[in-house]
Design a protein around this ligand. Structure first.
Ligand code: PMP
Length: 417
């Protein structure tokens, strides 16, 4: 008899049987308030009826219309519909299955388009687990240690982590941009640098929104040096931050945008978007994959987009996110063990620190466990594992936010009170 590999590490012991909206039900019939949304994937909630219906209809029509062999309608319809929400000028889409694959695709495209090799990444970022994406990932040693050599050509610049530095956001931004300028005249000459790749909110690295001016500073440097700006919106896209794209909290626009997760409500699908003229710089056929742009995933994505638009889920993410942030701040005010609360929209987090300010992963783990036991599913993040994050589905209601905050207050009191 085969067993699951011990390689799999699970955040909770829950054996999920069924999902509905913001709830997961386990095999004992117990209900869990799911503030993980499958790591920020099920924006429309678990099994939204319109997503289910679209996927079921597609399963009975065409499951696998392999896109390097034949074209299919769901891919064409989704491409057209995404035109309404993509940043201006990014009129060309290429589909893959996962966030990591889309990151890899963006690196290939950037190298093809510029003829340059280096990719500048920002310290603490997460871009995926495949070997190319892992080379760009510095969100924690578990993603890199012992698996090298990794893809050469990645250069690391600081991300403005104001709280960690003990600075205000402007100071942190000035420092990070100054160091980036230094990098471009030292370790990664601008003339060898193909792209900057950045998350508008540092995700796995600790839920740190790019402070005002940072993305604009990258845009300005990218333009000045002929470097491409890639925004990894795998986690921040599709309404998660209370705007459709995370970068819309800034004035900066990407040259290449990466999307996945929330795009298809749980079906595997990712994409890169860029101007056609940029895509034309790579050879047709230089990218692809057996399952890319799967017909059922595309049908689910189309329904996802329609639900987001019809139910104003972006607006809801902004409103409920503000309520969640407010509640988290109140809990933190009662518990000095929570050193910082931050986030954008429904991408919120609480950072646990010891009295000296050092990261306190044990306290975060205790709070996470206490929440799980109370039926509130959460995730941790951050290089030290001391940040607890909340990423509920975008359909979450005010009363569900309040329920979660009540459970969170009890869990924190239990863990550090
Ligand atoms: N980029 C970002 C910003 C992510 O958050 C993730 C997943 N957490 C990825 C890339 C990788 O996506 P996937 O796990 O689908 O490969």
């Amino acid at each position: 008899m085969a067993k699951l590999s011990p390689l799999l590490k699970q955040a909770t012991p829950v054996l999920a049987e069924r999902g509905e909206g913001v709830y997961l039900y386990d095999t004992d019939g117990r209900r869990h308030l799911d503030f993980t949304a499958g790591i920020g994937v099920t924006g429309t909630g678990h099994c939204h009826p319109r997503v289910v219906e679209a996927a079921q209809r597609q399963v009975g029509t065409l499951i696998h219309g392999q896109y390097t062999t034949v074209m299919h309608e769901p891919l064409l319809r989704l491409t057209e519909a995404l035109g309404d929400v993509l940043p201006s000028g990014l009129d060309s889409l290429f589909f893959l299955n996962s966030g990591s694959e889309a990151v890899e695709a963006s690196i290939r495209l950037a190298r093809h388009a510029t003829g340059r090799q280096n990719i500048v990444v920002f310290h603490g970022s997460f871009h995926g687990r495949t070997m190319g994406a892992a080379a760009l990932t510095t969100a924690g040693t578990k993603f890199r240690a012992g698996i090298g050599p990794l893809m050469p050509g990645a250069a690391i610049a600081p991300f403005p982590q104001a709280y960690r530095y003990g600075w205000d956001e402007d100071e942190a931004t000035r420092f990070a941009l100054r160091e980036l300028d230094y990098l471009l005249v030292t370790a990664s000459p601008a003339s060898d640098t193909a792209a900057f790749i950045v998350e508008p909110v540092l995700g796995e690295g600790g839920y740190i929104p790019a402070p005002p001016g940072f993305l604009e500073g990258l845009r300005e440097r990218a333009d000045r040096h002929g470097i491409l700006l890639i925004m990894d919106e795998v986690q921040t896209g599709f309404g998660r931050t209370g705007r459709f794209w995370g970068h819309e909290h800034s004035a900066a626009l990407p040259d290449i945008l990466i999307t996945a997760k929330g795009l298809a409500s749980g079906f595997p699908l990712s994409a890169i978007a860029a101007p056609t003229a940029l895509m034309e710089k790579a050879r047709p056929g230089s990218q692809g994959g057996t399952y890319g742009g799967n017909a059922v995933s595309c049908a689910a994505a189309l329904a996802t987009l329609q639900v987001i638009q019809d139910e104003d889920l972006v607006g809801n993410a902004a409103r409920q996110g503000a309520r969640l942030n407010d509640g988290l701040q109140k809990v933190a005010a009662d518990h000095p063990a929570i050193g910082d609360v931050r986030g954008l929209g429904l991408m919120q987090a609480a950072e646990f620190t010891a009295p000296g300010g050092e990261p306190d992963a044990d306290a975060a783990a205790r709070a996470h466990k206490a929440a799980t036991e109370r039926g509130l599913l959460l995730l941790t993040c951050g290089a030290y594992g001391n940040v607890v994050r909340m990423i509920p589905p975008l359909i979450v209601t005010e009363s569900q936010i309040d329920d979660a905050l009540g459970l969170w207050a009890d869990a924190v009191a239990d863990a550090v009170g």
